[in-house]
Design a protein around this ligand. Structure first.
Ligand SMILES: [Fe+2]
Length: 293
């Protein structure tokens, strides 16, 4: 029997069943999942827990993995290999990170609405986030539908933003959460990236906002004017009726299309509870501006 697709939110969220992610996925099932994510940019898979190798192997069905981001002069000690982003609150020896730890401050950036890797020329296409420990209170991931966000805009706003280019920087998104002071040498490792503000979904032809906490300003505009517009668009696009909240269970894996969604992590209680989340990211085949050309 083939993989099943159960719609949770039409055109936005679907749950995939009857597929064992620990095994090699049959080409027909890969096609079903690909079609599902084309039509529902957030997919949910329910268990069982995967090894890191199984998680990586499943991810590679959908493109090339991007390496986890490293941008600090003193490399952060890593708990996971370079093909995985550590979205946990754990140190390399599985201890909960204390307040002030640079890894913890880095991960606090994930609590702002963002798309993964938008600060890179080859930005994140898909992300696959896997839950290894359940959080009893909080710790959800929220998703916002950026096609719905675009549709909700007034017509004159659509006309204003149609051809704009946004400058993205991870150093901007870190400054906003109070984590700054990066040297020119560190900043040179991840130069700013330029991306279109409006993208077209290849499967549906629908337009979509492409914004993120890394989205800094509008190319060619005074910086404060661009920051103001991006704040306004983020408010439009993240209204509650345009947001899906995922309450994690152990073994859950969510796969989302970064091109047409934003997401954020929520606080969990108590903060000393372990939140072990691991992510792979599939990178774009070409910079989005080149795809639009
Ligand atoms: Fe993220």
């Amino acid at each position: 029997m083939s993989a099943t697709v159960q719609v949770i939110r039409p055109g936005f969220v679907a749950e995939i069943g009857n597929v064992d992610l620990r095994t090699v996925i049959a080409p027909d099932d890969v096609a079903i999942i690909q079609n599902a994510v084309d039509n529902h940019p957030v997919l949910v898979f329910r268990g069982p827990t995967l090894t890191n190798d199984q998680h990586i192997a499943f991810s590679k069905n959908f493109g090339n993995l991007s390496r986890a981001t490293e941008y600090q002069k003193d490399p952060m000690k890593r708990r996971l290999g370079g093909e995985m982003t550590d979205a946990s609150n754990l140190s390399e020896d599985n201890q909960v990170l204390g307040a002030g730890d640079r890894r913890r401050m880095n991960n606090l950036g994930s609590r702002r609405w963002h798309t993964d890797g938008s600060y890179k020329a080859l930005s994140g296409k898909y992300s696959l986030l896997h839950c290894h420990t359940e959080i009893a209170d909080g710790g959800q991931t929220q998703f916002a539908d950026m096609r719905g966000g675009y549709d909700a805009l007034p017509e004159r706003m659509k006309q204003l933003i149609d051809k704009l280019v946004v400058v993205h920087s991870i150093f901007y998104s870190r400054e906003v959460v109070g984590f700054g002071g990066f040297s020119p040498e560190e900043q040179s490792t991840l130069p700013q990236a330029r991306h279109p503000l409006v993208r077209v979904h290849p499967a549906s032809g629908r337009k979509s906002l492409y914004i993120s906490s890394h989205a800094w300003h509008i190319e060619g505009w005074p910086i404060p004017e661009g920051i103001d517009l991006l704040h306004e668009l983020t408010e439009y696009a993240t209204q509650p009726d345009n947001v899906y909240t995922h309450q994690w269970q152990v073994g859950d894996l969510t796969m989302w299309d970064n091109r047409f969604t934003m997401h954020r992590a929520r606080r969990h209680w108590p903060e000393t509870a372990v939140r072990d989340m691991r992510r792979t990211t599939i990178e774009e085949a070409a910079p989005p501006l080149q795809q639009a050309a």
